[in-house]
Structure formats: C-alpha cells, structure tokens
Ligand binder design. Structure first.
Ligand SMILES: [Zn+2]
Length: 338
C-alpha cells in the first residue's frame, strides 16, 4: 500500500491549488461531459454540459464526450443518440471521435480489476441488501451507508463454499487515507476514504462494472484533466482520486456546479416534463434562447436573453458561477414565447 500512497502524494501539486482561477491556468485542459443515457436529457443535464464545455473551451482546452451506459437495460442506445442530437443542436461540439461508450469498454475495466487483484486490493462480497443494512453504519454527514468490511476477512475456503451458491460483488479496499483537493467552485475539500466511504463495490454481482471504477478508468485512459459536474458528486472525487492514483494517474482539476432546483427546493428531475430537452427545443425554438437561460443560471448574464455560443464564450467567467443551488422558476421558458 505504501507505494500507492507515494503515487498519490506525487500528484499533490496538481490538485492542491487555490483560488477560482485554476480552471483557467492549464495549457492542456481536457474537459469532458459524461452523461448517462437513461432518458432524454433534461435541463440539469444540458446545464452541466454547457458549463463543462465553457470551462474547457474558455481555457483553450479540448472538450470530450463519453456515454456512460454501463447498465445496458437502463440505457438503451436510442437515448444516447438523442443526447448527441441535443448537444449538436445547442452547438456544443466535442473533439473526440469516435465517442466512447462505456458498454463497449469492459476490457479496460477488466484490466483495472486484474491489476487491483494482483495487488491484493479487492475481495468478493456476498452481502445481501438486508445484510448490508445491518453491517453498515450511516455516514454522519449525509446518511450514506459506509460498508463495515464484513466480507474482507473471509478465508479462501469460505469464499469457495459461498461461490457455489451465490454470485459475489467485488469490493475495492479503501484505506484509512486522507484525500484533500481544492475544488474550483467549492474550495478546499477533505475526505478520509475509510471513514467517508468504506470499501466500495467496483463490480456488481451481476457482472456490471460500478460507476466509480468505470469513471476513473475512463478519465485515466482519456487523459481527462478537468472534471465539471454537479456538487452531488463532490464526495465521489475522493475514491476517484484514489483509483486514479492506483492507475498511476494524476488527479484532474475539479469544478463542481450548484444544482438546479425547483422553486419548492426539490431537485429538477426527469419527472419534470417542462425541463425535458424535447419540450424545451419545441418551446424555445432556437438554441440562442436556451443558451440565454443557461448563461443566466451560470451567473454570466443578469437576465435571461438570447445569446450565441460564441458570444457566451467571449464573456464567460468561471468566477461568476454561483456557489449555491439555483432556483428555476416553473415555466421559466414561457417569457420567450410571448
Ligand atoms: Zn459483504
């Protein structure tokens, strides 16, 4: 384990940065938008896409797209096609071709798994949902369950016996290690892997690779240096920085965004039909109109008014992105069709 900690320490200079200018200070910025196609994009998705695009492009960097369709049942190809279509409509062009689909990259994830196995960092977990509930402790700050490590010490005989009747998930051991980094929007962040996460599942018992592994393996393989996404994924940065370090990769710059929420404080979701991209394209008509709303949400203009992507890129200032969640008026789009 000590060797890995050295790797991790070696990445310190990269992500221990201060101030909000860090998103602008890389000559080789490579940002990404990595949507999961479990439905048509909604306002929150396209807002994230636009922010990721603007942060990468305003730094003179590249912008990559990746489709996170790990779960083939939840993510049919028709939704991925719609994501591409909606991004093109808004003008958010990407630099990588072909676009990687996680469903076609299992070999990459298998190689990571083999590497971790070689280093003795993974173990099979046979816990059922109800056992997990009993064997886990709720995390103090956000109520997430932290796995107790119940299956970590199973002997080889026990594992063989259990494998005869049960399929195992695979867990990665997360050590008692502090991870600190400075987020571009939310400032200094400190996590402890064992305390805040516990050992995480990197492959489900049905064989599907888990989000944390796939995201880290892909960011490493694609050379991603800038990660822009909603703050609900902020704490995920800690295990991802750790997995990246196991793969010999530096941590990217992180920039987490405030979330869009409805006026009653609930998070905008796919259930809001008026936030669906199909609906918005029909109601707003022109991409400049939606860009105006996105620019307004991102704190770039005082009132939502039509703006072209080129104009928005010229005025874009990451320091103006709000630090608090953004309330979206119901029928926010209506003013534009009067
Ligand atoms: Zn277990």
């Amino acid at each position: 384990m000590r060797a890995f900690l050295r790797v991790l320490a070696g990445t310190g200079q990269i992500f221990y940065q201060t101030g909000r200018e860090r998103a602008m200070d890389h000559k080789t910025v490579r940002g990404r938008f990595a949507p999961s196609p479990s439905g048509r994009m909604h306002l929150g998705n396209i807002y994230t896409a636009a922010a990721a695009y603007l942060l990468a492009r305003s730094a003179g960097g590249e912008f990559f797209l990746r489709i996170e369709d790990l779960d083939p049942v939840r993510c049919p190809r028709k939704y991925a096609d719609l994501i591409l279509d909606d991004l093109i409509w808004l003008g958010l062009s990407w630099d990588n071709d072909p676009v990687p689909y996680q469903s076609e990259r299992t070999k990459i994830y298998e190689r990571c798994l083999a590497l971790f196995e070689q280093k003795g960092l993974i173990y099979p977990c046979f816990c059922s949902r109800s056992q997990l509930h009993v064997a886990s402790a709720p995390h103090a700050s956000d109520g997430r369950y932290v796995y107790s490590g119940r299956c970590r010490d199973l002997g080889p005989d026990e594992v063989q016996k259990l494998l005869k009747t049960k399929r195992a998930a695979t867990r990665l051991i997360l050590p008692d290690l502090d991870i600190s980094f400075t987020d571009g929007n939310f400032g200094p962040q400190h996590f402890n892997l064992a305390r805040d996460w516990g050992d995480i599942i990197i492959r489900r018992s049905d064989g599907v690779f888990a989000y944390q592994l796939a995201v880290s393996a892909d960011d490493a393989q694609m050379g991603i240096t800038q990660v822009v996404r909603g703050w609900d994924l902020l704490s995920s940065s800690a295990p991802q920085i750790y997995i990246l370090s196991l793969l010999g990769q530096k941590a990217p710059q992180y920039f987490h965004l405030p979330l869009l929420s409805a006026e009653d404080g609930s998070r905008l979701s796919k259930r809001d039909r008026s936030a669906d991209m199909g609906f918005l394209r029909e109601k707003l008509g022109r991409p400049e109109c939606l860009l105006g709303h996105l620019a307004f949400f991102l704190g770039q203009i005082k009132e939502p008014e039509d703006i072209s992507l080129k104009e928005l890129l010229q005025i874009f200032d990451p320091a103006k992105i709000p630090g608090k969640d953004i309330f979206v008026r119901e029928n926010f789009w209506q003013k534009n069709i009067d």
